[in-house]
Design a protein around this ligand. Structure first.
Ligand code: F6R
Length: 617
């Protein structure tokens, strides 16, 4: 998705802007550009393609200006091209703007501006913004320059329908920059005699740890030594900064070949940190939630709503939540939930899972649930993200920044946090036996060690990857929670290796899909549940008879119990409680997807057509 960087200070801006854009490359983009104020004019340089193209532009190297804005664009309106890349400028070049989000009424605004004599040179929705600002600036005779600038940006944003995070440069105000956001993230990093802007903290994390998280329709007027904040009516206010505890190393590759591999290996730490100090003498603490026994007893249902991998995390814990809370729990895809008039009211608790906290469909589903009277709880990995600001309650995974497009450590951390939440709900309701809880909690505390053990299977997984990488189709089968793992494993393979795959309930195969099984087709069977293993084995036998090549993912005790000679490949994972088995089982399958993509020579961190956070519908 699009990325934004900005700098105002005493250093040459262009290297800082380009380094920031490089850090945002993981979000996915198709063009990039920068604008810098120098010698009383705004110099814009942009190109289609990679940020590395900008490094080759001589003019950028020669720009010594100390204030600038920069952008990576992921095309929504208009093809990826130099003209459509940001920054976009006003006709007279007096204003330059970079923009994340979508202006839904840009066609009407364009028409209005054309009637006033403005011309348009791109197919973007963004180009209306600098021209609107220019229009309001020119027609303001009352204010002095700086206030005129703020007023013009405010008047322009008042006309915008949609979502936006905007940075604006003004030729007449060479020592100021304005930023504003609505439903699209933007943060300001505070330095000494300099300030930074980014759509995503890792872009500027190496310069500062003090951040202002802009709320919807808050305006910031930046100068080198000062940041002034204005609300939507331009009333000035003071804003408190937040300190981020991640270090820049956590957002770097730290010696790993790719972010995805690094993030797979970070899972023991991410799980440990997510558990943190939440469990103490068998009690799960969620001080942020003030759910009373009475409120929970009155609930008719719980909804878990999310997209993609985050939705799979919801599926993985659905039965654990039901087991402990005894409240009916449904899991839904946010883009479906939001348009199907779901039956929810104040007797529903809606839980929204989003690593980034910026996924448009999940945020819209949350807003809808609030309108219908439900209490909303956000689970995110990003403090201050949009979803956490909308929700009644927020709790956080502590996975650290996830940069690779394919989600790995966020998934296992989400399952960890949701399992703790399930125990907490059971404890508040008084539904759970102490012994049952302490058994599960002990298992949770052992998870980091078990995941470390699984990571030792890497060499074995690499060998299986070498056998599979030229396949066209792969099927993943499982029952119960192993079916959820099958779905998540299949998504990982699809998105980074471009191999078609399906995660399928093992018992459902013979109702149609088995027609696709023929000699040589690869099937991965996940079997970690003692009560269900016999059933899955007979499904595996059915496909072995039809010539399938099979890989079995087995928990240790099942491995010891069954005849494994029928399988072509084996992956063994440690035993754990059924509620947690998705965590240990997904890890070798993440590795499998990773090594298959590597065998194919693909860019695992930035798979084609995908973006890290999906801030558009
Ligand atoms: C897959 C993946 C996506 C995300 C989905 C939701 O590896 O990363 O399926 O899980 O786009 O993103 P968040 O959790 O940021 O809402």
């Amino acid at each position: 998705m699009c990325g934004i960087v900005g700098y105002i200070g005493s250093q040459k801006a262009s290297p800082i802007l380009l380094a920031g854009l490089t850090k945002l490359e993981y979000r996915g983009y198709d063009s990039a550009g920068i604008a810098i104020i120098e010698d009383g004019k705004i110099d814009v340089q942009k190109d289609q393609g990679r940020v590395s193209n900008l490094y080759k532009i001589k003019e950028i190297e020669n720009l010594n200006g100390t204030i600038g804005i920069a952008h990576t664009r992921w095309a929504t309106h208009g093809t990826p091209s130099k003209e459509n890349a940001h920054p976009q400028t006003s006709n007279n070049g007096d204003f330059a703007v970079v923009h994340n989000g979508i202006i839904e009424n840009y066609v009407e605004l364009r028409k209005e501006l054309e009637e006033k004599g403005y011309k348009f040179f791109s197919s973007t929705d963004t180009e209306v913004i600098p021209n609107l600002i220019d229009y309001f600036y020119k027609n303001d005779n009352k204010n002095q320059k700086e206030l005129k600038f703020v007023n013009a940006v405010k008047n322009a944003t008042d006309k915008l329908v949609g979502s936006f995070a905007i940075e604006v440069l003004s030729k007449e105000n060479p020592d100021n920059m304005i930023v504003v956001r609505k439903d699209s993230p933007l943060v300001i990093g505070k330095g000494y005699g300099e300030n930074y802007i980014a759509s995503d903290i890792p872009a500027i994390l190496s310069y500062t740890k003090d951040f202002y998280l802009l709320e919807n329709l808050e305006f910031a007027l930046l100068s080198r030594d000062n940041i002034r904040f204005f609300d939507k009516n331009l009333k000035e206010f003071n804003k408190k900064s937040d300190t981020i505890t991640w270090n820049a190393m956590a957002a770097d590759k730290n010696g790993y070949e790719d972010y995805m591999l690094k993030e797979i290996y970070e899972q023991p730490t991410a799980i440990r940190e997510t558990i943190g100090t939440r469990v103490n003498t068998g009690i799960c603490k969620f001080d942020e939630l003030n759910f009373t026994k009475e409120y929970l007893q009155n609930l008719k249902q719980i909804y878990i709503v999310a997209c993609g991998t985050a939705m799979h995390a919801g599926l993985a814990v659905k039965s654990t939540i039901e087991r402990f809370s005894k409240i009916r729990t449904e899991v839904d895809i946010a883009s479906e939930f939001r348009y199907r008039d779901p039956l929810i009211d104040d007797k529903t608790l809606c839980i929204f899972i989003s690593q980034s906290g910026e996924t448009a469909d999940t945020i819209a589903a949350l807003k809808l649930s609030k309108e219908k009277g439900a209490k909303t709880l956000a689970i995110s990995n990003v403090i201050g993200s949009s979803i956490t600001r909308e929700a009644d309650y927020s709790i956080y995974t502590h996975a650290g920044p996830e940069i690779a497009v394919a989600s790995t450590k966020a998934y296992t951390s989400q399952i960890t946090l949701l399992t703790l939440l399930a125990i907490y709900l059971g404890q508040v309701l008084g539904n759970v036996k102490e012994q049952e809880v302490s058994k599960l909690v002990n298992e949770m505390l052992e998870l980091p060690i078990k995941v470390e053990e699984v990571l030792k299977t890497t060499e074995k997984v690499k060998k299986i990857a070498k056998k599979l990488y030229q396949e066209k189709d792969v099927f993943y089968l499982g029952r119960g929670v192993d079916y959820t793992t099958a779905e998540e494993a299949s998504l990982k393979l699809k998105e980074i290796s471009y191999i078609h795959s399906e995660g399928y309930p093992a018992g459902e195969l013979k109702h149609g899909t088995i027609a696709l099984i023929e000699k040589g087709v690869n099937v991965i069977g996940i079997m970690t549940n003692k009560n269900l293993v016999k059933k899955t084995i007979s499904n595996m036998e059915e496909i072995i008879t039809r010539g399938a090549v099979t890989t079995a993912v087995l928990s240790e005790s099942i491995y010891k119990d069954i005849n494994t000679t029928i399988f072509d490949n084996l992956i063994i994972v440690p035993d754990t409680d059924e509620s947690l088995s998705s965590i240990v089982t997904i890890v070798p399958l993440q590795l499998l997807a990773y090594y298959i993509a590597k065998e194919k020579g693909l860019d695992v961190d930035k798979p084609r057509n995908l973006a890290k956070s999906v801030t558009v519908e």
